[in-house]
Design a protein around this ligand. Sequence first.
Ligand code: NZQ
Ligand code: ZN
Length: 393
Amino acid sequence: MNNFQFYSPTEFVFGKDTENQAGLYVKKHGGTNVLIHYGGGSAVKSGLLDRIKKSLEKENISYTELGGVKPNPRDTLVYEGIKLCREKNIDFILAVGGGSVIDSSKAIAMGVPYEGDFWDFYCGKKPEKALPVATVLTIAAAGSEGSGDSVITKENGNLKRGAGSDLIRPRFSIMNPQLTCTLPPYQTACGATDIMAHVFERYFTNTTEVEITDRLCEAVLLTMIKETPRVIANPENYDARANIMWAGTVAHTNIVGVGREQDWNSHGIEHELSALYDCAHGAGLAVIMPAWMEFVYKHNVLRFAQAAVRVWGCQMNFENPENTAREGIKCFRRFLHEIGMPLTFAELGAREEDIPALVEKFGIGDGKTGGFVKLSAKDIENIYKIAVSPELI
Ligand code: NZQ
Ligand code: ZN
């Protein structure tokens, strides 16, 4: 196991009706003048936004609202948010929504005290200050409620890029699984795929002797395999929703990834798809991650065979473990198909002729990237090609 530092300062407030405590927690964490940031309307329609406002009013906390965050959040609204926060002297940002709303809030939080262009933080610069951010989560997916990451798309050029800093880790995250019951099945499945992908990015590692994190990863994956079909069959299943919601956070606070090298190429390769086609991140991952697996499994057949046996319940073929590894990848694709995810470029609405542009935008030139297997631009092109017509379906 490698040396590591684990920092996860977020206070998680989990369970039924917890959104009514938003005001109390903002006060506890020092907020007096809040920007409520939200998305395209689901939080308005469900009455959640009204409950949040009421809860803030009860604690005499003033607020300003900024809605309109789109999935794959854009830089243009971030600039608007920064300007608004400065004009109104905002001292706390409350994100009410999913990963997109939270990431937009984190970008605004870094941008307000910064004199330059906030986009600098998405080109590698580290922030020195940020406004405090907290969340009321409405979808189990990105794990942004517990992460120090934010992903924003620059409209000019469709560039989707990430920033990371402990300064943008949420101060608190309110997580009421009931709020996720209004999610359409497709969006639920996209979230489930993202959660599983966050675990697989960590599971496939070159670090040895990491039994604890291997087993934690497997626990999250097994939970997702059990609970996702249950919520798709019955969207109101509170306990299944609750297990998935906590799995989403556990998958991405890095508790399942500490002490081990991680990969993250599937995410980078997917981000180019959601930037270009504006597809859901989870749907893009359903197409890309198994294609990545198909491309890299020979790097460590036994690790893939281990996943097949422990996660998908395959029989180990001791004479030919490669068959077991391949069976595991097939099981992953079968599962994704069963929950309604696309598996190919065509199903996602992506075009084979765009592959050169996707690789170009990925932007690694002659270099290599990734943890488990270092990939060149040519390798990435080949992974996109596998996603056009996968072999292991
Ligand atoms: O905008 P509204 O109307 O709220 O609708 C949203 C949106 O259309 C809807 N939704 C959310 N909660 C709902 C609901 N509809 C009904 N009932 C509810 N309770 O769902 C749609 C998707 O929301 P979004 O926030 O985009 O989903 P998600 O949480 O999957 O976030 C995706 C974004 O997070 C980034 C992705 O790249 C993508 O941009 N990621 C962020 C990460 C991070 N910050 O750590 C890591 C991830 O790997 C990921 O890259
Ligand atoms: Zn993700």
